[in-house]
Ligand binder design. Sequence first.
Ligand SMILES: Nc1ncnc2c1ncn2[C@@H]1O[C@H](COP(=O)(O)OP(=O)(O)OP(=O)(O)O)[C@@H](O)[C@H]1O
Length: 116
Amino acid sequence: MRKPSLDKSFGYAFRGIGIMILSERNFQIHLFALLINFFLIIALQLNSADAAIIIIVSVIVLITEMLNTCVEKICDFIHPEFHLSIGKIKDISAGAVLVATLGALVTAILIYGKYL
Ligand SMILES: Nc1ncnc2c1ncn2[C@@H]1O[C@H](COP(=O)(O)OP(=O)(O)OP(=O)(O)O)[C@@H](O)[C@H]1O
C-alpha cells in the first residue's frame, strides 16, 4: 500500500483529534481542564519550568484518554459480546487514565501551592 502524503497524514491525525473532541465526553472534560490550566498559568504568572510541567502532565492525561478510547473501540470491534478478558482489558486501560489524572492532580497541587 502506498504511504499517504505528509499533509494527508496530518489530516488523518487532526480528524482523530476532531473525533475525540466531538464524541468523547471525558476527553472534552480533560481538554477543559487544560484550558483552565492555561488561564491559571497566566493569572498566577507561573515561571516557564512550572508552566511546562503543568502542560506536560495535562497532555499526558489527554494522550492516555485517546489511547483508552482506541482500546475500547478495538475491543468493541473485535469482540462486541460480553467477555471477562475484554472487561479486564478495558478496566486496565481506564486505570491508566486514572493514574495519569491522579498524577496530574498531585503535580498541580504541588506547583500551584507555591503561588497561592
Ligand atoms: N464486552 C465487554 N465484556 C466485559 N466487560 C465489559 C465489556 N464492555 C464493557 N465492559 C465493562 O464495562 C466497563 C465500561 O466499558 P465501556 O466500554 O462502556 O467504557 P466507558 O465506561 O463507556 O468508557 P468511557 O467513559 O471512557 O467511554 C469496562 O471497564 C468493563 O469493566
